[in-house]
Design a protein around this ligand. Structure first.
Ligand SMILES: [Zn+2]
Length: 442
């Protein structure tokens, strides 16, 4: 095992087309990133595994895709307009801006080194404001959503009346959120535009105390068993009294050991009836639930599981990254992705281009496309092509050689062990699927 640094991850991501700085040819835009050909596939794979886990594999969970632009009253009700702020200071000398809670106000400015040049701290709202319609005035101000949760709360009654769901049930949503972070850092960990994967679980008041530990266990299991993350890189952090929102009953974060240290990956929070009650107050609409069996009327309690999809991508990359000594003086860079997470599942490689091997391999690659994300590569020596696939985390390489032409068998190479086995082409799909099912993280 080698040390995983953020520089190594950033460099690999750029070199191999996982993640680029946004608007790079114009000098880049801070806190914004583009997902390249491999990055978008990696992100989609994680999103799809999460969606399947949180809807298909659970009872009573339905999906939603709410609009990014919402009525500005939503954010008054949620408290974001008045409270979603960071204390900011500016250096009067060099005009640099800092979060007051992240620097020592008595120390010299970290940028220009002058002393006593900071302005008094003032609150800065993290929501991106824009205007809807032709008039640019206070009445037309709306916000890019800073979280996806509120879209679920405001549609709570619509879902209940249209989907025959009964409490307890959940609503899932994956989507982009926006925060005007002044200090963006650690690559995609804290960016202005990011993606969330959230589930809000509506339950009868009192039963939240059973559901809260249930969902904590479910969510930790997902990372270990479905995404194949090292259990020793994951831990729980319970919010102390100073971190807990005033309405929250209890809150835990799943933290991951990122290259810069332990940081939040997902929050599992017991939010009581706070959000629905606020929306009832601000909208004047009835947000209660009528139990069809007992005729009890109440505002449900909410347990939320709120994960960062873009943080999941950074986690998958850092957890998978390794530089391994293969032979004396020979080091390979490898991403040990779970096969279901890897952006390319199978690479098909002809040993040489000539004598019909390339044609055979290309045809085979086309046939595999229906089952797997595939990649065809016929350039350079076979050893170099294996290394190129190791570096992007492709779990299986299939090599077509001269024997293939006579007996229809191929070499199947496994990324982690570098073991090679001979497999009949007719059994290739089944063999790869079996290996994926039985995959154990090294
Ligand atoms: Zn300064």
């Amino acid at each position: 095992m080698s040390e995983v640094t953020m520089d190594k991850i950033v460099s690999l991501c750029r070199r191999r087309g996982f993640i680029f700085q946004s608007s790079e040819i114009y000098g880049g835009l801070n806190g914004a990133y583009d997902y390249g050909p491999l990055g978008v596939q990696l992100k989609n794979n994680i999103r799809d595994l999460w969606w399947k886990e949180m809807t298909q594999l659970h009872d009573n969970i339905v999906g939603l895709d709410a609009s990014i632009l919402m009525h500005s009253r939503v954010w008054e009700a949620s408290g974001h307009v008045s409270n979603f702020t960071d204390p900011m200071v500016d250096c009067k000398q060099c005009k640099s801006r800092f979060r007051a809670d992240q620097i020592d106000l008595n120390a010299p400015c970290p940028v220009c080194g002058n002393r006593g040049t900071f302005t008094a701290p003032r609150n800065f709202n993290l929501m991106f404001a824009t205007h809807i319609g032709a008039d640019v005035d206070a009445a037309s101000t709306i916000y890019l959503r800073p979280e996806t949760a509120q879209g679920i709360y405001v549609d709570f009654k619509n879902v209940v009346s249209s989907s025959r769901v009964k409490v307890p049930f959940g609503i899932t949503q994956v989507g982009k959120s926006f925060r005007n972070e002044i200090t963006t850092k650690n690559f995609i960990f804290r960016s202005c535009e990011f993606e969330q994967m959230e589930m809000q679980w509506f339950c009868k008041p009192g039963t939240d105390e059973q559901w809260f530990p249930y969902w904590r266990e479910q969510r930790m299991n997902f990372y270990v068993n479905k995404l194949g993350i090292h259990p020793e890189h994951l831990r729980w952090h319970q919010h102390g009294p100073d971190e807990l929102a005033f309405y929250a009953k209890d809150a835990y974060d799943i933290q991951f050991l990122f290259p810069m240290g332990w940081q939040e990956l997902e929050g599992v929070h017991s939010r009581t009836d706070y959000d629905l009650t606020q929306h009832q107050k601000f909208s004047g609409k009835d947000m209660t639930y009528l139990d069809p069996e007992t005729n009890e009327k109440y505002i449900p309690y909410v347990v939320e599981t709120s994960a960062g999809l873009t943080r999941n991508v950074l986690m998958a990359l850092s957890d998978a990254y390794d530089e391994e000594q293969v032979e004396e003086g020979d080091v390979r860079t490898v991403l040990h992705f779970h096969p279901l997470v890897a952006p390319v599942t199978v690479a098909v490689l002809p040993l040489v281009k000539k004598d019909g091997l390339a044609e055979y391999a290309s045809k085979l690659e086309h046939e595999l496309r229906d089952e797997f994300v595939t990649f065809y590569d016929q350039s350079a020596a076979i050893g170099r092509r294996y290394r190129r696939q190791d570096e992007i985390g492709t779990p299986y390489c299939v090599t077509v050689d001269y024997d293939t032409l006579t007996d229809n068998t191929v070499t199947l190479r496994f990324r982690d062990s570098m073991e090679q086995v001979r497999v009949p082409v007719s059994e290739l799909v089944a063999t790869i699927k079996k290996a994926t099912k039985e995959y154990k993280r090294v």
